[in-house]
Design a protein around this ligand. Structure first.
Ligand code: F6P
Length: 327
């Protein structure tokens, strides 16, 4: 069934991710090319509630494909989780004559979008934008590749000083509940160990981490610690190692929000561009409440419900690769 969509609303929500601007540009230009008006909603769902809306032309998205962050801002909005908040958001949609919403973000963004779609019968299309890469139904999320490259670059730099001073570095990596960034950065950075929530017990992982680096001729090591794998993060792991091996010189580096910044990689720009175009096509085809995903380099549509509720696991072969190469 085809719906006649005249005007769409577009927002970015949750943690920003490099490539969100490329997605904003793609959504805007694909919509305009198809005769659909685009209204940018600032500050995610907060802006939807407060009516912070501006119509976008093609020029409004000029020169942004290479910029990190999101020009339409982002926010985490508790109020949208309340029926009253969503009621106010719906009033904005009616006032602005917005027929459908494109929401760019992660799990929380889609959860809010799905609730809103159910309550008010508004077509919602999700575009996965998060450095965490933790959404089921898509091999990649916008921002993940750039973030992974940033983390790898930081590890390379830390390696220089770790080797010079013969130290053990505990490096804390983001990812919310998922270890994709940590595991892949550990492989790319040639790390001695990675502590992630999805595998083994933390105790075993810490023992491996201690053993691996100092085994054989290695006098320094870099161990990645996913931010929520251990309560207390990399600092806590350093303490635990220090107790067993007081002779080691340990240092802790928390990469923090550096991991979310910077110009998006070519991969993320292309992914965002493809997903933005596909999101508009999905609306034109009458799709609703789906996420645009990427599977085996093909664009697919996945029910929002599944993207939110199914758990994406890390690839076992990557875990084994990291273990094999970190001896
Ligand atoms: O979801 C993206 C992310 O960067 C997570 O990796 C991290 O746990 C969280 O956001 C940090 O959120 P905030 O910017 O609100 O501190």
């Amino acid at each position: 069934m085809e719906y006649h969509i005249k005007t769409i609303g577009m927002l970015t929500s949750g943690g920003d991710a490099p490539g969100m601007n490329a997605a904003v540009r793609a959504v805007t230009r694909a919509a305009i090319s198809n005769g659909i008006r685009v209204k940018a909603i600032y500050r995610g769902y907060k802006g939807l509630i407060d009516g912070e809306v501006k119509e976008f032309t093609s020029q409004d998205v000029s020169g942004i494909i290479q910029r990190g962050g999101t020009i339409i801002k982002s926010a985490r909005c508790e109020e949208f989780l309340t029926p009253e908040g969503r009621k106010r958001a719906h009033e904005t949609l009616k006032r602005e004559k917005i027929d459908a919403l494109i929401v760019i973000g992660g799990d929380g963004t889609f959860t809010g979008g799905r609730l809103f779609a159910q309550e008010y019968n508004v077509p919602v299309i999700g575009i996965p934008g998060t450095i965490d890469n933790d959404l089921w139904g898509t091999d990649a999320t916008i921002g993940y590749d750039t973030s992974l490259n940033t983390i790898t670059d930081c590890i390379d730099k830390l390696r220089d000083t770790a080797t010079s001073h013969e130290r053990v570095f505990l490096v804390e990596v983001m990812g919310r509940d998922a270890g994709f960034l940590t595991l892949n950065a550990a492989i790319a950075g040639g790390c001695e160990a990675a502590i992630i929530p999805e595998r083994a017990t933390v105790k075993e992982q810490i023992e491996d981490a201690i053993g691996n680096g100092r085994r054989k001729s290695k006098n320094s090591s870099i161990v990645l610690v996913q931010e929520h794998a251990v309560e207390g993060g990399a600092g806590k792991v350093a303490e635990m190692i220090q107790k067993v091996h007081p002779e080691y010189s340990t240092r802790v580096t928390v990469l923090g929000h550096l991991q979310r910044g910077g110009s998006p990689s070519a991969y993320d720009r292309i992914l965002a561009s493809r997903m933005g175009v596909a999101a508009i096509q999905a609306l034109i085809d009458g799709q609703r409440n789906v996420m645009v995903g990427l599977q085996k380099d093909e664009i697919v549509l996945v029910p929002l419900n599944k993207a939110i509720h199914q758990k994406k696991d890390i690839e076992e072969d990557k875990w084994q690769t990291m273990l094999t190469l970190s001896i």
